[in-house]
Design a protein around this ligand. Structure first.
Ligand code: FAD
Length: 444
């Protein structure tokens, strides 16, 4: 590339930062800038829960080594919200009126927490948890709080409840649906997991939506439609997230629930790509870390010419409830699913579901996630499983067979931040539990 083309990336989350690094590798001569509304940049969002609960120090949130962006010649403009995208003129307008010109723009604006229409949801002491600013506030409030109600029993809700419980607080999860994580867990996994959370001292209010939150002299009261009342010093709302699409929408880009992109991560407008939690690809949203990271890599690489395509990967979740770890990979099968290999004990459950071609399409491990990586790899690779263990219906034999296949390059790597153990010839690019990079792994 002879002329110095300008790439601007809006959003300094994992998608935007990965796009910047990937663009730098692919387009060494380009000018690259990341514009971020928040004052905080390059922190590990996945580790915010432990930080908010006071379980880990702030330096554990650092995503990149100091000066990493400067060394890559990536300019950062923090604390600067983009208020307008003038796509015809190839310019963006910041809140303070500055206008920045680009040749290519990458939208990596992420998602924002859904605020459910509950009376009193805006009362002081009712908080979301999605950004560093949210986590700093929650951490401060928690110092004074003895009881916490978490509204919403999704992955973030259960993780936060577990973290607050471990920090010694009385914790209630109030969830409108009758089960926890019903789209992820089969019946057995759901029952075991729910029982384990209760045994850890977390009160669960299921199937009874929160109707109102009231501030009283003593604190907050969370009232459900069924008439239950939970007195709380702090209320955390984790009711899901919604893609931030307003900039794109107002500029006339095709949007549905997310900003619509093709497999090159190009939007409907020339020279504008999008990646991360703000996008919709083939009708699907995936508000998760790994897809955001991989999409960032593709979008940055394609900034001035298409080099890569992005293919949706199955969802992978390592749910951070340390007393009862949970791993889920792939789509929960519907009724009448094919072969299921299961193994149960009183406190653990492991299952894999295979299709007609003997490919693993879904795996769930509750209470013991030690060999989950073997099935994670099997789901991602889409390779058929060895016939013997499948025919015998013996999950342990299947895991042994998968283990033998990786025996040659087997080595264990332990994450210094969260203790996750990875097996393989090299540490992973990113820790699937707390998302730090390979430099945080030690040979175990
Ligand atoms: C506590 C917690 C635990 C999590 N655990 C997991 C997990 O275990 N596994 C998993 O897969 N996922 C997990 N997630 C979700 C995961 O962190 C997100 O999916 C991922 O970080 C999203 O990255 P992103 O870059 O797409 O968006 P974001 O990180 O949201 O970044 C988007 C950025 O764009 C900025 N922005 C938006 N609009 C503008 C504008 N107009 N001008 C300037 N800047 C703008 C925002 O300020 C934001 O910083 C967790 C999230 C949290 C909060």
């Amino acid at each position: 590339m002879s002329i110095r083309k300008r790439l601007i990336i809006i959003g300094g989350g994992i998608a935007g930062l990965t796009a910047a690094s990937s663009a730098r590798r692919q387009w060494p001569g380009a000018q690259i800038a990341v514009v971020e509304a928040d004052p905080h940049l390059a922190y590990n969002k996945i580790a915010l829960g432990a930080f908010a609960a006071g379980k880990s120090p702030r330096d554990r949130l650092r995503l990149l080594p100091p000066l990493s962006l400067e060394r890559q010649r990536i300019e950062t403009v923090a604390n600067a919200r983009v208020r307008e995208l003038a796509a015809q003129e190839r310019k963006i307008v910041l809140d303070d009126g500055r206008r920045l010109a680009y040749d290519t723009l990458v939208l990596a604006t992420g998602a924002r927490p859904i605020v459910p229409p509950i009376e009193g949801i805006d009362a002081p002491g009712v908080l979301p948890l999605w950004s560093m600013s949210d986590a700093l506030l929650a951490r401060e409030r928690l110092k004074e709080a003895r009881s916490v109600t978490v509204v919403g029993g999704g992955v973030l809700g259960v993780e936060m409840a577990a973290a607050f419980r471990e920090a010694g607080r009385d914790v209630t999860i109030a969830e409108a649906q009758g089960e926890l994580l019903p789209r992820l867990l089969d019946e057995t996994a759901g029952a075991l997991y729910t029982g384990a959370l209760r045994a850890a001292g977390i009160e669960l209010s299921l199937g009874d939506p929160v109707a109102a939150i009231t501030r009283t002299l003593l604190g907050l009261e969370v009232r459900t439609a069924g008439g239950a009342v939970f007195a709380s010093d702090m209320v955390l709302v984790t009711a899901g997230v919604r893609p931030q699409i307003e900039l794109a929408q107002e500029a006339g880009l095709a949007c549905r629930k997310g900003i619509v992109v093709n497999r090159f991560l190009r939007t409907s407008a020339p020279d504008i790509l999008a990646c991360g939690n703000c996008i919709e690809l083939e009708g699907r949203l995936q508000p998760l870390w790994n897809p955001a990271l991989e999409q960032g890599s593709v979008a940055g690489s394609n900034a001035f010419g298409d080099t890569l395509t992005y293919a949706s990967a199955p969802p992978i979740l390592h749910v951070k409830t340390p007393r009862t770890p949970l791993f889920v990979c792939g789509e929960r099968p519907g009724e009448g699913a094919k072969t299921a290999l299961e193994q149960r004990t009183k406190s653990t459950y492991r299952a894999a579901v295979l299709d007609d071609e003997k490919r693993v399409t879904y795996a769930v491990f509750v209470g013991d996630t030690a060999r989950a990586q073997l099935l994670e790899r099997a789901v991602i690779s889409g390779a058929p499983m060895p016939a013997g263990p499948v025919a015998s219906g013996d999950l342990e034999a299947l895991l042994d067979a998968l283990d033998d296949d990786t025996q040659d390059d087997r080595r264990a790597w332990s994450c210094r931040v969260c203790g996750y153990v990875h097996e393989g010839g090299a540490p992973p690019q990113v820790c699937p539990v707390c998302a730090v990079g390979p430099d945080q792994f030690l040979a175990a």
